[in-house]
Design a protein around this ligand. Structure first.
Ligand code: NAG
Ligand code: CU
Length: 238
């Protein structure tokens, strides 16, 4: 097992520039066009400083383009954050499969989803995947044609939200700051929720520390079946 980890690690180095973007959203059975209601960058690079304000909704060195659109989503349904290597890539070009790591999604309730920068308190985690049965969550998304399936909680208040989808690549995470964090924010309006739950919220930046065990880790030197600690706050459940 260890030997195969090492080989895969070497293989990933040659294609480490193959990053990724949360490019489009599928909601209520409709797949919206690339960049519709999502602040997408033209360059697919990661954020690596977990203290940066650009950890909320991406930004320099990957400048993002604003969107004046909002996508309506029914509470309690599944949406897919659709990941692509570039804004022009298809479902078979999601990300370098050697980019092993966790996958997460967060929501933040906002007054105006088109303009809110997303920086600061208000975020809660609604989906996460780590390392299960020998497979990293990033590979689950790649094998699912780039679809990160996210259940929108049924119990939260209706209104405008930012939906922040995130994939983290750990191939360089053996040194501090080596984890590659990929995220974009979609602008959504949740309808049909029961509106009673008040999730505990967290600040971005603030949810991660550079030495979190899930961000500072030599993934090629773990025992088979090791327990990976997904970074960030606990998952919110209705
Ligand atoms: C929503 O996604 C979850 C997790 O993948 C799955 O278990 C569930 O069956 C899905 N629900 C629907 C209605 O598709
Ligand atoms: Cu990359």
């Amino acid at each position: 097992m260890k030997a195969s980890f090492l080989l895969a690690g070497i293989a990933s180095v040659s294609v480490a520039s193959a990053h990724t973007i949360f490019a489009q959203l599928t909601a209520d059975g409709k797949t919206w066009p690339v960049s519709h209601a999502i602040r997408t960058p033209s360059y697919d690079g990661p954020q690596t400083d977990v203290r940066s304000n650009n950890l909320a909704c991406n930004g320099p060195p990957n400048p993002t383009t604003p969107s004046d659109k909002i996508i309506t989503v029914t509470a309690g349904t599944n949406v897919s954050a659709v990941w692509r290597h570039t804004l022009q890539s298809g479902p078979n070009d999601v990300m370098d499969p050697g980019h092993w790591g966790p996958v997460m999604a967060y929501l933040k309730k906002v007054t105006d989803a088109k303009t809110d920068k997303g920086v600061g308190d208000g975020w809660f985690k609604i989906q996460e995947g780590g390392y299960t049965n020998g497979k990293w969550a990033t590979n689950v998304v790649i094998d699912n044609k780039g679809n990160q399936v996210i259940t929108i909680p049924s119990c939260i208040a209706n209104g405008q939200y930012l939906l922040r989808a995130e994939m983290i690549a750990l191939h360089g995470a053996r040194s501090s700051g080596g984890a590659q964090l990929y995220m974009e924010c979609a602008q959504i309006e949740i309808k049909g929720g029961s509106g009673t739950a008040l999730p505990k919220t967290y600040s971005i930046p603030g949810i991660y520390k550079s030495n979190d065990p899930g961000l500072l880790i030599d993934i090629y030197n773990q025992k088979a079946g090791f327990k990976y600690m997904i970074p960030g706050p606990p998952l919110f459940n209705c």
